[in-house]
Design a binder for this molecule. Structure first.
Ligand code: ATP
Ligand code: MG
Length: 404
């Protein structure tokens, strides 16, 4: 058994020793079969949440009313969820209440796709009542049971189907795809936060382009925040190499850029993204406006914007123009390495030094002088050394020697 499963085995064994059933389930089993990196390991059990909490010394109740308890085992957290069905769906969303059941079969039956409805026992034996292994072998995403029924129970599953396309490069089963087309409008009932989570995973996946095309083809894009009138732009966005974008900020920045979004802040707020990320994207987009071409970078500008923002902006620009991303990043890195100081903090003189040397009280002028010095240091006119800077100021007749 692979190491991540091995580490969690003790939980399954303890549950079994106390007469309960317990299995590995969901994404980890799927990823094992796909030879993908194993993410979080989830466990399903016939034990009720209270029973789980009594058996293990370190547990966290993260939603026992829905059946989930976190068990901390050898320093790692595992979600242990009681076999359950989700019978009472409200408004096309996940249920407010769940029913605990004692059978694994029913628990697997409530899961979204056949590839996600495989369980594995402590010996590594697979329990696969819905043909999950076959779907994985054929690289097909197919709902457990009637797709129309499953999507009207929980409309988020439609977004999940397409994010799995983005991550795994699988195809949608034809009936599953038709059901998405017919039920796309139900996505309007889903909270933005849940959609955003799936959309981000979609963009991050190696097959993001294919998934973006499917968002358009199925009509799901019509119900995603601020994308309703961006059909052509989204279609165009699907033609770029998203794999080259390697941070959240770059991906959202690229999306705003390629979709010609007027206000990135409004757009990203509609997706309920955090302010820090919004600021990061705004900065990259501002750079693209300020610096019209990648050959326009100067030491001063790079110092001003910082390497990370500069790289984000140039990555967005080169992915959009089909230029060599690595080459632009390398150039920026080299220019940055050639800067005598990388941040304002590294300047060898402070505002206090300036006030002392000039013999004047503080004011906006201090910042102006510091900026002047900063530029001189960046361009190598003066060493970043206190005495050299002092001499340089004297030499430029900005201060007189006796004031030091
Ligand atoms: P990832 O590797 O991205 O975590 P995952 O398959 O583990 O993918 P999770 O969101 O962690 O996805 O969900 C864990 C499991 O719970 C899924 O594999 C699936 O069996 C089930 N599941 C999750 N969301 C739903 C849903 N909306 N409807 C039905 N089953 C779901
Ligand atoms: Mg998971």
């Amino acid at each position: 058994m692979k190491e991540p499963f091995q580490k969690a085995l003790g939980i399954i064994q303890t549950l079994q020793q106390h007469g309960y059933e317990a299995y590995f389930v969901g994404g980890a089993v799927r990823d094992l079969l796909l030879n993908r990196e194993i993410g979080d390991i989830d466990i399903a059990t016939s034990a009720l949440p209270d029973e789980v909490m009594q058996l293990f010394p370190k547990t966290i109740d993260i939603g026992s009313q829905h059946g989930t308890v976190v068990v901390v085992h050898n320093g790692i957290s595992y979600e242990v969820t009681t076999f359950r069905t989700e019978s009472e769906y409200e408004d096309y969303r996940r249920p407010g209440a769940v029913t605990f059941v004692r059978s694994l079969y029913e628990d697997l039956q409530r899961r979204d796709f056949t590839m996600n409805a495989i369980a594995m026992d402590a010996e590594g034996k697979l329990i696969d009542p819905f043909g999950g292994q076959e779907a994985i072998a054929n690289r097909i995403i197919c709902t457990v049971g009637d797709p129309k029924a499953r999507f009207s129970e929980d409309a988020l599953r439609m977004m999940r189907a397409i994010r799995f396309v983005g991550q795994l490069g699988f195809s949608l089963d034809e009936e599953t795809k038709q059901a998405i087309i017919e039920n796309a409008a139900l996505l309007a009932h889903i909270s933005v936060e849940r959609m955003t989570m799936e959309f981000e995973k979609l963009l991050e996946g190696p097959f993001a382009s294919r998934a973006l095309s499917l968002l358009v083809e199925t009509g799901l894009f019509l119900y995603l925040p601020m994308l309703r009138d961006k059909e052509n732009e989204l279609q165009a966005a699907a033609r770029y190499n998203w794999r080259l974008l390697d941070s959240r900020g770059q991906r959202w920045g690229f999306l705003c850029y390629i979709l010609c979004i007027d206000s990135a802040a409004d757009f990203l707020r509609a997706w309920k993204l955090p302010n820090r990320l919004i600021k990061e994207v705004e900065m990259a987009l501002r750079i693209l406006q300020t610096i019209p071409s990648s050959s326009d970078w100067t030491k001063e500008r790079l110092f001003e914007f910082g390497l990370e923002h500069a790289i984000a902006a140039e990555t967005i620009r080169s992915v959009a123009s089909g230029e060599n991303v690595e080459e632009h990043r390398k150039k920026l890195n080299e220019l940055f390495m050639s800067l005598p100081i990388k941040t304002k903090k590294e300047l060898a003189v402070s505002g206090n030094d300036i006030m002392k040397w000039f013999g004047k009280p503080g004011g906006p002028w201090v910042k102006e002088i510091l900026t002047l010095i900063e530029r001189a240091v960046i361009h190598g006119e003066v060493d970043n050394h206190k005495e050299r800077i002092h001499e340089w100021l004297i030499h430029r007749n900005l201060i007189r020697g006796e004031n030091c």
